[in-house]
Design a protein around this ligand. Structure first.
Ligand code: SF4
Length: 74
């Protein structure tokens, strides 16, 4: 089982993040704080993420990657 992770160093922190819009599980939300949603980057809720991989394909800055869910293999 895989889950998505967002690399905060390359995320452009757009308030209209396309990854947030396309995630079918609503697993992506703003990091706490900041002047607007996303100002501090975006986070994937690993408990909600289903590992579909859609976000990896749509992120314009290629800031998402898939990895094994903690405690699982593959
Ligand atoms: S892998 Fe799928 S469910 Fe998980 S954050 Fe990306 S789009 Fe959402």
């Amino acid at each position: 089982m895989q889950v998505a992770t967002i690399e905060n160093a390359t995320c452009d922190r757009a308030s209209g993040c396309p990854v947030v819009r396309v995630c079918p599980s609503n697993a992506v939300g703003p990091a706490p704080g900041g002047a607007y949603p996303g100002a501090n980057g975006w986070l994937v809720d690993e408990e909600t993420c289903t590992g579909c991989g859609v976000c990896v394909r749509v992120c314009p800055t290629r800031s998402l990657s898939m990895h094994a869910r903690a405690g699982t293999v593959g």
